[in-house]
Design a protein around this ligand. Structure first.
Ligand code: C2E
Ligand code: SIN
Ligand code: SIN
Ligand code: SIN
Ligand code: FE
Ligand code: FE
Length: 519
C-alpha cells in the first residue's frame, strides 16, 4: 500500500488562540491564611503551556478532601502537614491516593517545622511528589516547583488519555464492524472521532461538524454529515469542503493521507481498485503528537473498515486486525516497510506453542505481540529514524519506549491489551538481569516477555534497519548461541534451534520488499 501521511506540524493551530485557556487548578490546603495569600501573590501571572492558574483554598485536611472530591482535575495540591492534627496533611495525602484513588494530582507537602518527619520515608510511604519547608516559599522556588509539577501532571494526563483513546479505538472499531448499513456506519465514525480525542473536554475543542463521504459512480458522495453538515447528505463532498482540503481531494494516487488544516482535519483513503473514503471534521484540533497519531490511527482504521463494509465483505477477527493497525502506525513512522510485526507475532506464537503453553495463552501472545513497540509512538522522529548509532541521551529516550507502551496499555481491562502491556514492558529485559527498564532476571521476566524478546531480536537481526544492514542467518545463529542464558532464556533458545527451519520459514513467508534506491 502506498501510504502517505501529510502532517505539517506548524499548521496545527494553538487551541488557545480562539478561546480563553482552561486554567490549571492548584489547591492550597493550609490552616494559615497568610500562606494562602503569600502563595497566590508569588504565583500571580504564572502560566504554563499558555494556561494560567486557578487557586482553590482549603483550611483543613477535611476541606482539602472535599475540594478534591468536587474537582477531579486539580493538577497540584500544596499541602500543609500540621493542621487539625499533627499529621492531618499526611492523612490527607493518603486519602487522596487510596480513598479518592487519585493518582494524577501532584502533591507537595509543606511543613513549618523542619526535621519534623524524615523526608525520604514520607515521600515513599505517602506517595507524594515533593516535600518543602515553608521557608522555601519564595517566588523563584515556587515557580520552579510549579513548572516541574505541572509538566509531570500534563504528561501523566496525556498518557492516560492516549490509553483511553486506544481503548476507544478498539471498542468503537468492534462496534463499527457490526454495523451493516453504510450510513449508520458513517454516522458512527463521525460520532466517535471527537470521542477518541476528547471524552469530556471543552466544547470549543471538539465541535462536531463532520462529513463522511464515499465514492459512488465517480463523485465523492456524502454518506453522513453531523452538525452543520447534516443537511448536505448525498451532495458531492468536493463542492462542500473548504478550499484548503483541495490538494488532498485532487491527489488520485492510492493510499491513506491526512492533514490538519486551519479549517479542520481531513483524511482520505484510496484503495488500489479506486474506491475512496473520506472523513472531514471541521475545527478539530489536536494538542500534541500522541493525539495526532491517535487521530490518524482511528481514521485509517475507520476508512479501511468503511471500504470493507461498502464491499459487503466484513472483516473477520476485527480485533486482531486493529491490533495490527495500531502497531502498524508505529512501524510506518519508523520507516520499516513490510511485515516486521506479523513476523514477530508468528515467531512468538510458534515459540509459545513449542514451549508448552496452552493454545489459549499462545494465541494471546500472538495477538498482543504486535504491540511490543507501541511506546515508540512517543519517540521523536529524529531519534527513531536516525540512520546512525544513538548517543547516550538519545538512547536514554529510546529506552523509555518500554514503559511508555506499558503505561498506555496496562490499565485496560481488556485481556489482550493487558498482555500487550506486559509484553511492552518486558521485551527488552534480559535473562541475566542486564536488560531494561527494570533489570529483571530469569523467570522474573514474564514468559510473554521472554518469548517476544527472542522473536523481536531474531527478526531485527535478520532484517535491515535504518541504522544497520540485515545479518545473514549464520551470524544470527551465532548470536543466539552466544547469548543463550545471557540475553535470552536458555530453554527458549533451545526450542528455537530445535525448530530453526520453521522459524526461518516464517521469515521467508513474510519478506520485506526490496529497499527503494532513493530510500
Ligand atoms: P529494533 O531495531 O526493533 O531492535 C530490537 C532489538 O534487536 C534490539 O533491542 C537489540 O536487542 C536487537 N538488535 C537490533 N539490531 C542489533 C544489532 O545490530 N546488534 C545486536 N547485537 N542486537 C541488535 P535494543 O538494543 O534494546 O534496541 C531497541 C530499539 O532501539 C531498536 O529496536 C531500535 O529501534 C532502537 N535502536 C537501538 N540501537 C539503535 C541505533 O544504533 N540507531 C538507531 N537509530 N536506533 C537504535
Ligand atoms: C512523579 O511523576 O510522580 C515524580 C515527579 C513529580 O511529580 O514531581
Ligand atoms: C507521522 O505519523 O508520520 C507524522 C505525524 C506526527 O509525527 O505527529
Ligand atoms: C515496529 O515495527 O514496531 C517498529 C520497528 C521495530 O520494532 O524495530
Ligand atoms: Fe522494543
Ligand atoms: Fe520490534
Amino acid at each position: 500500500m502506498n501510504d502517505e501521511l501529510i502532517f505539517a506540524e506548524e499548521q496545527i493551530p494553538e487551541p488557545g488562540n480562539a478561546s480563553p485557556q482552561k486554567p490549571w487548578k492548584i489547591l492550597i490546603v493550609d490552616d494559615d491564611e497568610e500562606v494562602h495569600s503569600i502563595t497566590k501573590l508569588a504565583l500571580r501571572n504564572f502560566t504554563f503551556d499558555s494556561r494560567p492558574l486557578q487557586f482553590l483554598h482549603a483550611y483543613s485536611g477535611q476541606e482539602g478532601i472535599e475540594q478534591l472530591t468536587e474537582h477531579t482535575d486539580i493538577a497540584v495540591c500544596l499541602l500543609d502537614v500540621v493542621m487539625e492534627s499533627e499529621h492531618a496533611g499526611l492523612d490527607t495525602a493518603r486519602a487522596i491516593r487510596e480513598t479518592l484513588n487519585n493518582g494524577f494530582v501532584r502533591i507537595v507537602l509543606r511543613t513549618g517545622q523542619p526535621g519534623q518527619a524524615p523526608e525520604e520515608t514520607i515521600i515513599a510511604e505517602y506517595d507524594i511528589n515533593d516535600y518543602k519547608e515553608k521557608t522555601e516559599l519564595t517566588r523563584g522556588k515556587l515557580h520552579t516547583l510549579l513548572y516541574s509539577c505541572l509538566r509531570s501532571y500534563r504528561d501523566i494526563i496525556s498518557l492516560d488519555r492516549s490509553r483511553q483513546g486506544l481503548e476507544r479505538i478498539l471498542e468503537s472499531s468492534t462496534q463499527l464492524h457490526q454495523k451493516t448499513y453504510l450510513k449508520d456506519f458513517a454516522q458512527g465514525i463521525l460520532e466517535q472521532i471527537s470521542a477518541v480525542l476528547s471524552p469530556e473536554e471543552d466544547a470549543f475543542y471538539a465541535k462536531n461538524n463532520g462529513v463522511a463521504a464515499f465514492e459512488h459512480s465517480g463523485n465523492l458522495r456524502i454518506i453522513a454529515g453531523t452538525g452543520e453538515y447534516s443537511e448536505y447528505e448525498n451532495n458531492d463532498a468536493a463542492a462542500v469542503l473548504p478550499e484548503d482540503c483541495r490538494d488532498i481531494l485532487d491527489d488520485t494516487s492510492p493510499g491513506f493521507r491526512s492533514k490538519l488544516t486551519s479549517s479542520g482535519f481531513i483524511s482520505l483513503y484510496r484503495s488500489n481498485d479506486e474506491h475512496t473514503g473520506l472523513l472531514f471534521m471541521r475545527d478539530l484540533k489536536t494538542r500534541n503528537q500522541l493525539e495526532n497519531h491517535l487521530l490518524q490511527m482511528f481514521c485509517r482504521n475507520a476508512l479501511t473498515a468503511f471500504e470493507n463494509i461498502s464491499l459487503r465483505t466484513l472483516l473477520e477477527e476485527s480485533q486482531r486486525e486493529i491490533v495490527y493497525l495500531l502497531g502498524d502506525a508505529v512501524e510506518h513512522r519508523s520507516k520499516e516497510t513490510g511485515f516486521h510485526l506479523r513476523r514477530v507475532s508468528e515467531i512468538s506464537y510458534l515459540l509459545a506453542q513449542r514451549s508448552g503453553l496452552s493454545e489459549e495463552q499462545a494465541g494471546f501472545i500472538r495477538e498482543a505481540a504486535p504491540l511490543h513497540d507501541l511506546g515508540k509512538i512517543a519517540i521523536p522522529d529524529a531519534i527513531l529514524n536516525k540512520p546512525d548509532k544513538l548517543d547516550a541521551t538519545e538512547w536514554a529516550v529510546m529506552k523509555t519506549h518500554s514503559e511508555v507502551g506499558y503505561e498506555m496499555l496496562h490499565s485496560s481491562d481488556k485481556p489482550l491489551l493487558k498482555m500487550g502491556a506486559e509484553i511492552a514492558l518486558d521485551h527488552h529485559e534480559r535473562w541475566d538481569g542486564t536488560g531494561y527498564p527494570a533489570g529483571k532476571a530469569g523467570t522474573e521476566i514474564s514468559i510473554a516477555g521472554r518469548i517476544t524478546a527472542i522473536a523481536d531480536v531474531f527478526d531485527a537481526l535478520c532484517s535491515r534497519r535504518v541504522y544497520k544492514p540485515a545479518w545473514d542467518i549464520k551470524q544470527v545463529e551465532e548470536y543466539f548461541q552466544l547469548q543463550r542464558g545471557l540475553h535470552f532464556d536458555p530453554d527458549l533458545v533451545d526450542i528455537l534451534f530445535e525448530n530453526l527451519d520453521e522459524f526461518i520459514a516464517i521469515q521467508q513467508r513474510f519478506p520485506d520488499p526490496e529497499p527503494q534506491p532513493h530510500d
